[in-house]
Design a protein around this ligand. Sequence first.
Ligand code: ADP
Ligand code: MG
Length: 360
Amino acid sequence: MWYHINMVIKSLKLVNYRSYKEKIFNFSDKLNILVGKNAQGKTNVLEAIFYAVIGRSFKTSKEKEVIKWGQEKAYVCGEFQKKYREEKIELFFDKNKKKSIKVDDISLHKIGELLGTTNAVFFSPDELKLVKESPEERRRFINIDISQTNKRYFYMIGRYEKVLANRNKLLKSTTDLSVIRDTIDIWDRALTELAEKIFIERKKFIEELSPYAKLAHQYISGGSEELQLVYNSSFNENYKEKMIKYLSKNLEKDFKLGYTSVGIHRDDIDIYLNGIEVKNYGSQGQQRTVALSMKLAELEIIKNRIGEYPILLLDDVFSELDSSRRQKLLNFTSKTQTIITCTDFDLNIDANIIKIVKED
Ligand SMILES: Nc1ncnc2c1ncn2[C@@H]1O[C@H](COP(=O)(O)OP(=O)(O)O)[C@@H](O)[C@H]1O
Ligand SMILES: [Mg+2]
């Protein structure tokens, strides 16, 4: 068998997926460029690849949306090559049923089972929201990224959300606080137990990510500005003890609010350039390069954790970069299989160029 250093997608078959009736794409192990005018179906290809890796779309939470208009079913098949084995991932979308997933012809029971089968990092100009918008975006980033290499984390997040929902339900269940004083303790203990574990994973992840993001940022921007990421959480050490104390002390407050005012569901990542917060003070250009650097840093984290680079999916990033930064980005990503979309392409570089033109 051919020896691969990185994970790659060899081919992708789409049937009635979004704008595609039936189409097979073959990819090279290095750089692939999908070139086409607007609305021809370039992003749809990246979405389908990401779907096969993560089990979710980056575009929509409504899975039926990907079925080609007027059709009942859609099918995606990705053939991946990893360091030591091949993997076939199939997705079956149906208007009348929940989607189902098969790995090497075996049906999965839960979407969580797909995690870790293959890995990918996706970036588009839209990911600016990672830097600019609410903490929720950054928690989403951190959750998806840790989950990719840590299934236990994925399940812990799911459990935390359930326990949190139960605690909040209890807070809203009565107008008399004394009724729930005793029972809420059970939820507090379960919640803080999980919170501490999640906190530890997140802090570790950000501490590992930060130096790589700094290097990527300096390389792409060509400047000397220092990027720093800090996990900003309600409690910093002895998370569990501190949180449980806080919860019991602030029970009245939470009761009035009708929700739990503290925990890992309120945490954030602080992002600094030379010590200044990028979210509020960075220019659009700085924010964009920072978001891209965070994603590029993820390549290294995944490599560290699983021993091979993930697939890199870059949507429309060229339009935002001048040609020197384009070239730098491509140099930087030469270690991974990269699939990139663009409307025009002027660099003289060795790549598998795939022209995308909408059918019909
Ligand atoms: N479920 C669907 N069925 C048919 N066409 C779709 C569906 N979803 C999106 N499209 C079409 O896909 C095209 C957009 O594809 P996209 O990959 O975003 O284009 P781009 O090349 O600009 O990245 C649009 O023409 C849109 O009408
Ligand atoms: Mg697009």
